[in-house]
Design a protein around this ligand. Structure first.
Ligand SMILES: [Zn+2]
Ligand SMILES: [Zn+2]
Length: 120
């Protein structure tokens, strides 16, 4: 058993190992891993349709699934925690790029700044 070295001064949120199956960055998750995503839907791989789903094996990227997109979109809670709920409910999974994309592709509008009073 080896303990991964902890870089106390590091500000990078990258996790060297999957917190569930301990796959290294760039390595595929184990079959049973709850963190692995179904690359066809973006949802938990654990529970995708084994009969019909042909998604490739997901790899641990060093980020919690969706975390990088949350940061990129600016969907964060006050302290910088990624708002994964919002990602799941508002973003669209891109099965080709294997990542979340914003639901609206409005480039000229500034609506992104008005996120405070979200309707439930
Ligand atoms: Zn894993
Ligand atoms: Zn799948």
């Amino acid at each position: 058993m080896t303990t991964p070295p902890r870089l106390s001064s590091s500000t990078s949120p990258l996790e060297p190992f999957c917190p569930d199956c301990h796959a290294e960055i760039g390595h595929v998750h184990h079959e049973w891993c709850d963190v692995a995503r179904c690359l066809a839907t973006g949802l938990q791989r654990h529970g995708h349709d084994l009969e019909t789903c042909r998604c490739p094996r997901d790899k641990w990227s060093g980020w919690w699934p969706g975390e990088a997109e949350c940061i990129e979109f600016g969907w964060l809670y006050g302290s910088g925690l990624p708002d994964l709920n919002r990602l799941m409910t508002t973003a669209t999974w891109d099965p080709v790029a294997h990542r979340w994309s914003r639901p609206d592709h409005q480039t000229s509008a500034d609506r992104d700044t008005t996120v405070e009073g979200e309707p439930r």
